[in-house]
Design a protein. Structure first.
Length: 327
Protein backbone atom coordinates (compact mmCIF):
# COMPACT_ATOMS: atom_id res chain seq x y z
CA UNK A 1 0.00 0.00 0.00
CA UNK A 2 2.71 2.47 0.98
CA UNK A 3 2.47 6.03 2.19
CA UNK A 4 -0.33 8.21 0.78
CA UNK A 5 1.51 11.08 -0.93
CA UNK A 6 -0.64 11.36 -4.04
CA UNK A 7 -1.86 14.88 -3.21
CA UNK A 8 1.60 16.39 -2.73
CA UNK A 9 4.00 14.51 -5.03
CA UNK A 10 2.86 16.33 -8.21
CA UNK A 11 4.24 13.85 -10.78
CA UNK A 12 4.95 14.91 -14.36
CA UNK A 13 3.44 13.25 -17.41
CA UNK A 14 5.95 11.59 -19.73
CA UNK A 15 5.87 9.32 -22.78
CA UNK A 16 7.24 5.84 -23.33
CA UNK A 17 9.69 7.38 -25.81
CA UNK A 18 11.29 9.22 -22.88
CA UNK A 19 12.28 5.86 -21.36
CA UNK A 20 13.90 4.44 -24.50
CA UNK A 21 17.33 3.07 -23.63
CA UNK A 22 16.74 3.38 -19.91
CA UNK A 23 17.32 0.64 -17.36
CA UNK A 24 14.38 0.56 -14.96
CA UNK A 25 14.33 -1.27 -11.60
CA UNK A 26 10.82 -2.66 -11.32
CA UNK A 27 9.23 -3.41 -7.95
CA UNK A 28 8.47 -7.09 -8.65
CA UNK A 29 5.95 -7.74 -5.87
CA UNK A 30 4.07 -4.54 -6.68
CA UNK A 31 3.90 -5.54 -10.35
CA UNK A 32 3.07 -9.22 -9.80
CA UNK A 33 0.32 -8.21 -7.39
CA UNK A 34 -1.22 -6.16 -10.22
CA UNK A 35 -1.16 -9.22 -12.48
CA UNK A 36 -2.69 -11.53 -9.89
CA UNK A 37 -5.39 -8.99 -9.07
CA UNK A 38 -6.27 -7.88 -12.58
CA UNK A 39 -5.76 -10.88 -14.84
CA UNK A 40 -8.79 -12.95 -13.87
CA UNK A 41 -11.88 -14.55 -15.30
CA UNK A 42 -15.24 -12.75 -15.18
CA UNK A 43 -16.17 -14.18 -11.77
CA UNK A 44 -12.78 -13.23 -10.32
CA UNK A 45 -11.15 -16.65 -10.56
CA UNK A 46 -7.44 -16.27 -11.47
CA UNK A 47 -6.13 -17.88 -14.64
CA UNK A 48 -5.02 -21.46 -14.03
CA UNK A 49 -3.49 -24.30 -16.01
CA UNK A 50 -4.94 -27.81 -16.32
CA UNK A 51 -3.32 -28.81 -13.03
CA UNK A 52 -4.84 -25.93 -11.10
CA UNK A 53 -1.67 -23.83 -10.92
CA UNK A 54 -2.26 -20.07 -11.06
CA UNK A 55 -0.82 -18.53 -14.25
CA UNK A 56 -2.07 -14.92 -14.12
CA UNK A 57 1.36 -13.68 -13.03
CA UNK A 58 3.16 -15.58 -15.80
CA UNK A 59 0.84 -14.13 -18.42
CA UNK A 60 1.40 -10.62 -17.12
CA UNK A 61 5.16 -10.98 -16.87
CA UNK A 62 5.51 -12.32 -20.41
CA UNK A 63 3.26 -9.86 -22.20
CA UNK A 64 4.11 -6.69 -20.26
CA UNK A 65 7.84 -7.34 -20.14
CA UNK A 66 8.05 -8.15 -23.84
CA UNK A 67 6.07 -4.99 -24.64
CA UNK A 68 8.32 -2.67 -22.64
CA UNK A 69 11.46 -4.32 -24.01
CA UNK A 70 10.09 -3.84 -27.53
CA UNK A 71 9.94 -0.11 -26.74
CA UNK A 72 13.62 -0.03 -25.83
CA UNK A 73 13.24 -0.20 -22.04
CA UNK A 74 15.58 -2.49 -20.08
CA UNK A 75 13.81 -3.94 -17.02
CA UNK A 76 15.35 -5.34 -13.86
CA UNK A 77 12.87 -6.94 -11.46
CA UNK A 78 13.54 -6.52 -7.74
CA UNK A 79 11.97 -9.03 -5.34
CA UNK A 80 11.13 -8.38 -1.71
CA UNK A 81 13.07 -10.19 0.98
CA UNK A 82 12.09 -10.77 4.59
CA UNK A 83 9.60 -8.14 5.80
CA UNK A 84 10.55 -5.91 8.70
CA UNK A 85 9.32 -6.93 12.14
CA UNK A 86 7.72 -3.49 12.31
CA UNK A 87 5.48 -4.39 9.37
CA UNK A 88 3.75 -7.23 11.22
CA UNK A 89 0.66 -5.20 12.14
CA UNK A 90 0.17 -4.14 8.52
CA UNK A 91 0.61 -7.72 7.30
CA UNK A 92 -1.89 -8.99 9.87
CA UNK A 93 -4.46 -6.38 8.87
CA UNK A 94 -4.04 -7.23 5.19
CA UNK A 95 -4.44 -10.93 5.92
CA UNK A 96 -7.65 -10.30 7.86
CA UNK A 97 -9.01 -8.14 5.03
CA UNK A 98 -8.26 -10.87 2.48
CA UNK A 99 -10.12 -13.47 4.57
CA UNK A 100 -13.18 -11.25 4.71
CA UNK A 101 -12.96 -10.52 0.97
CA UNK A 102 -12.74 -14.24 0.21
CA UNK A 103 -15.96 -14.81 2.16
CA UNK A 104 -17.69 -12.03 0.22
CA UNK A 105 -16.33 -13.40 -3.07
CA UNK A 106 -17.72 -16.86 -2.40
CA UNK A 107 -21.06 -15.34 -1.38
CA UNK A 108 -21.24 -13.28 -4.59
CA UNK A 109 -20.47 -16.34 -6.72
CA UNK A 110 -23.29 -18.29 -5.06
CA UNK A 111 -25.64 -15.37 -5.78
CA UNK A 112 -24.51 -15.25 -9.41
CA UNK A 113 -23.23 -11.67 -9.13
CA UNK A 114 -20.09 -11.78 -11.30
CA UNK A 115 -19.34 -8.06 -11.05
CA UNK A 116 -19.36 -8.13 -7.25
CA UNK A 117 -17.51 -11.45 -7.23
CA UNK A 118 -14.69 -10.03 -9.33
CA UNK A 119 -14.47 -6.95 -7.11
CA UNK A 120 -13.97 -9.01 -3.96
CA UNK A 121 -11.78 -11.59 -5.70
CA UNK A 122 -9.23 -8.91 -6.57
CA UNK A 123 -8.92 -8.11 -2.86
CA UNK A 124 -7.96 -11.70 -2.00
CA UNK A 125 -4.69 -11.55 -3.94
CA UNK A 126 -1.59 -12.86 -2.20
CA UNK A 127 1.86 -13.80 -3.47
CA UNK A 128 2.86 -17.38 -2.68
CA UNK A 129 6.33 -18.98 -2.85
CA UNK A 130 5.17 -20.76 -6.04
CA UNK A 131 4.32 -17.42 -7.63
CA UNK A 132 7.73 -15.97 -6.72
CA UNK A 133 9.77 -18.97 -7.90
CA UNK A 134 7.84 -19.44 -11.16
CA UNK A 135 8.20 -15.72 -11.88
CA UNK A 136 11.96 -15.88 -11.39
CA UNK A 137 12.17 -18.98 -13.56
CA UNK A 138 10.32 -17.27 -16.41
CA UNK A 139 12.50 -14.16 -16.12
CA UNK A 140 15.59 -16.36 -16.38
CA UNK A 141 14.22 -17.91 -19.57
CA UNK A 142 13.47 -14.45 -20.95
CA UNK A 143 17.01 -13.24 -20.22
CA UNK A 144 15.69 -10.56 -17.86
CA UNK A 145 17.78 -10.00 -14.72
CA UNK A 146 16.30 -9.86 -11.25
CA UNK A 147 17.71 -8.92 -7.85
CA UNK A 148 16.71 -10.48 -4.55
CA UNK A 149 16.40 -7.86 -1.82
CA UNK A 150 17.25 -8.57 1.80
CA UNK A 151 14.25 -6.57 2.95
CA UNK A 152 11.95 -4.14 1.16
CA UNK A 153 12.10 -4.39 -2.64
CA UNK A 154 11.53 -0.64 -2.97
CA UNK A 155 14.51 0.06 -0.73
CA UNK A 156 16.68 -2.24 -2.85
CA UNK A 157 15.48 -0.69 -6.11
CA UNK A 158 16.06 2.81 -4.75
CA UNK A 159 19.60 1.82 -3.74
CA UNK A 160 20.23 0.53 -7.27
CA UNK A 161 19.17 3.88 -8.73
CA UNK A 162 21.40 5.70 -6.25
CA UNK A 163 24.28 3.46 -7.39
CA UNK A 164 23.41 4.24 -11.05
CA UNK A 165 22.79 0.57 -11.84
CA UNK A 166 19.29 1.64 -12.88
CA UNK A 167 17.91 4.97 -14.01
CA UNK A 168 14.63 4.93 -12.10
CA UNK A 169 12.38 2.75 -9.96
CA UNK A 170 9.02 1.68 -11.39
CA UNK A 171 6.46 1.28 -8.62
CA UNK A 172 2.91 2.37 -7.87
CA UNK A 173 3.81 3.28 -4.29
CA UNK A 174 5.43 6.51 -3.13
CA UNK A 175 7.72 4.86 -0.57
CA UNK A 176 10.64 5.08 -3.02
CA UNK A 177 10.73 8.82 -2.31
CA UNK A 178 11.31 8.00 1.36
CA UNK A 179 13.95 5.40 0.50
CA UNK A 180 15.79 8.06 -1.48
CA UNK A 181 15.35 7.02 -5.11
CA UNK A 182 16.36 9.98 -7.30
CA UNK A 183 13.73 9.07 -9.91
CA UNK A 184 10.42 7.17 -9.79
CA UNK A 185 8.12 6.01 -12.60
CA UNK A 186 4.45 5.19 -12.02
CA UNK A 187 1.96 3.41 -14.31
CA UNK A 188 4.43 1.41 -16.37
CA UNK A 189 1.51 -0.78 -17.42
CA UNK A 190 0.99 -0.40 -21.21
CA UNK A 191 -2.65 -1.36 -20.79
CA UNK A 192 -4.20 -1.84 -24.20
CA UNK A 193 -0.98 -0.63 -25.82
CA UNK A 194 -1.39 2.77 -24.12
CA UNK A 195 0.37 4.32 -21.16
CA UNK A 196 -0.32 6.94 -18.53
CA UNK A 197 3.24 7.32 -17.33
CA UNK A 198 4.05 9.55 -14.39
CA UNK A 199 7.55 10.68 -13.47
CA UNK A 200 8.90 12.08 -10.21
CA UNK A 201 12.31 13.40 -9.24
CA UNK A 202 13.02 13.34 -5.53
CA UNK A 203 14.87 16.67 -5.61
CA UNK A 204 11.97 18.37 -7.41
CA UNK A 205 9.41 16.95 -5.00
CA UNK A 206 11.45 18.17 -2.03
CA UNK A 207 12.01 21.57 -3.62
CA UNK A 208 8.32 22.05 -4.41
CA UNK A 209 7.38 21.16 -0.83
CA UNK A 210 10.30 23.11 0.67
CA UNK A 211 11.07 20.00 2.71
CA UNK A 212 14.18 17.95 3.30
CA UNK A 213 14.06 14.20 2.79
CA UNK A 214 14.20 13.80 6.57
CA UNK A 215 11.14 16.04 6.91
CA UNK A 216 9.35 14.04 4.22
CA UNK A 217 10.01 10.88 6.20
CA UNK A 218 8.69 12.54 9.36
CA UNK A 219 5.58 13.58 7.46
CA UNK A 220 5.07 9.99 6.34
CA UNK A 221 5.46 8.76 9.93
CA UNK A 222 2.94 11.35 11.11
CA UNK A 223 0.40 10.33 8.46
CA UNK A 224 1.13 6.60 8.68
CA UNK A 225 3.26 4.07 6.78
CA UNK A 226 3.39 0.30 6.43
CA UNK A 227 5.54 0.34 9.58
CA UNK A 228 3.42 2.55 11.85
CA UNK A 229 -0.18 3.69 12.18
CA UNK A 230 0.41 7.43 12.22
CA UNK A 231 -1.89 9.84 14.04
CA UNK A 232 -5.61 9.41 13.50
CA UNK A 233 -7.16 12.31 11.60
CA UNK A 234 -3.87 13.73 10.29
CA UNK A 235 -3.56 13.91 6.50
CA UNK A 236 -0.55 15.02 4.47
CA UNK A 237 -1.59 18.66 4.12
CA UNK A 238 -2.29 19.19 7.82
CA UNK A 239 0.85 17.21 8.59
CA UNK A 240 2.92 19.57 6.45
CA UNK A 241 1.58 22.57 8.35
CA UNK A 242 2.36 20.94 11.68
CA UNK A 243 5.92 20.07 10.62
CA UNK A 244 6.65 23.31 8.79
CA UNK A 245 8.40 24.97 11.76
CA UNK A 246 8.60 22.05 14.14
CA UNK A 247 10.01 18.54 14.52
CA UNK A 248 8.05 15.32 14.74
CA UNK A 249 8.77 14.75 18.43
CA UNK A 250 7.32 18.15 19.38
CA UNK A 251 4.31 17.69 17.10
CA UNK A 252 3.50 14.34 18.71
CA UNK A 253 3.90 15.88 22.15
CA UNK A 254 1.55 18.74 21.22
CA UNK A 255 -0.97 16.21 19.92
CA UNK A 256 -0.56 14.22 23.14
CA UNK A 257 0.28 11.10 21.13
CA UNK A 258 2.78 8.46 22.17
CA UNK A 259 4.16 6.41 19.22
CA UNK A 260 4.20 2.62 19.62
CA UNK A 261 7.66 2.41 18.02
CA UNK A 262 10.67 4.63 18.67
CA UNK A 263 10.77 7.46 16.13
CA UNK A 264 14.46 7.03 15.36
CA UNK A 265 13.94 3.34 14.63
CA UNK A 266 11.18 4.23 12.16
CA UNK A 267 13.29 6.93 10.54
CA UNK A 268 16.16 4.49 10.17
CA UNK A 269 13.98 2.06 8.21
CA UNK A 270 13.95 4.61 5.39
CA UNK A 271 17.29 6.35 5.88
CA UNK A 272 19.41 3.21 6.34
CA UNK A 273 17.48 0.23 4.97
CA UNK A 274 18.92 -3.27 4.71
CA UNK A 275 20.00 -3.76 1.10
CA UNK A 276 21.75 -6.40 -0.94
CA UNK A 277 25.00 -4.90 -2.19
CA UNK A 278 26.22 -8.14 -3.76
CA UNK A 279 24.12 -8.43 -6.91
CA UNK A 280 24.87 -8.92 -10.58
CA UNK A 281 22.91 -7.46 -13.48
CA UNK A 282 23.28 -9.26 -16.79
CA UNK A 283 20.88 -9.18 -19.73
CA UNK A 284 20.93 -12.36 -21.80
CA UNK A 285 19.44 -13.66 -25.00
CA UNK A 286 16.02 -15.22 -24.37
CA UNK A 287 15.67 -19.00 -24.43
CA UNK A 288 12.69 -19.13 -26.79
CA UNK A 289 12.48 -22.92 -26.76
CA UNK A 290 12.59 -22.92 -22.97
CA UNK A 291 9.87 -20.25 -22.79
CA UNK A 292 7.62 -22.29 -25.09
CA UNK A 293 8.24 -25.50 -23.15
CA UNK A 294 7.54 -23.80 -19.81
CA UNK A 295 4.49 -21.74 -20.76
CA UNK A 296 2.95 -23.91 -23.48
CA UNK A 297 4.09 -27.38 -22.52
CA UNK A 298 3.66 -27.04 -18.75
CA UNK A 299 0.98 -24.37 -18.43
CA UNK A 300 -1.09 -24.55 -21.62
CA UNK A 301 -0.37 -21.11 -23.07
CA UNK A 302 -1.04 -20.38 -26.75
CA UNK A 303 2.16 -21.13 -28.67
CA UNK A 304 1.54 -18.42 -31.28
CA UNK A 305 1.04 -15.73 -28.63
CA UNK A 306 4.06 -16.87 -26.64
CA UNK A 307 6.33 -16.91 -29.71
CA UNK A 308 5.06 -13.50 -30.77
CA UNK A 309 5.91 -12.04 -27.35
CA UNK A 310 9.26 -13.84 -27.12
CA UNK A 311 10.27 -12.39 -30.50
CA UNK A 312 10.01 -8.87 -29.00
CA UNK A 313 12.71 -9.54 -26.41
CA UNK A 314 15.87 -8.39 -28.11
CA UNK A 315 18.42 -5.55 -28.22
CA UNK A 316 18.81 -5.69 -24.44
CA UNK A 317 22.57 -5.36 -24.59
CA UNK A 318 22.57 -1.93 -26.20
CA UNK A 319 24.01 0.89 -24.14
CA UNK A 320 21.90 2.87 -21.67
CA UNK A 321 21.35 6.60 -22.12
CA UNK A 322 23.35 8.83 -19.83
CA UNK A 323 21.60 9.93 -16.66
CA UNK A 324 21.68 13.54 -17.77
CA UNK A 325 20.09 12.89 -21.17
CA UNK A 326 16.48 13.44 -20.21
CA UNK A 327 13.98 16.07 -21.40
Amino acid sequence: MGVKFKDIASPEKINLKDLEGRTIAIDAFNTIYQFLSGIRQRDGTPLKDANGNVTSHLSGLLYRTSSIVERGIKPIYVFDGKPSEYKSDTIAKRKEAKIKSKEEWEKAIKEGNEELARKYAMRTTHITPYVVESSKYLLDLMGIPYVQALGEGEAQASYMVQKKDAWAVASQDYDCLLFGSPRIIRNLTLSGGLSNLEYMELNKVLSNLDFSREQLIDLALLVGTDFNDGVHGIGVKRGMKLLNDNNLENVLEDLDTEPKIDIDILRNIFLNPRVNEDYTIKFKEPDREGIVEFLCGEHGFSKDRVLNSASKIKNLNSSQKSLEDFF
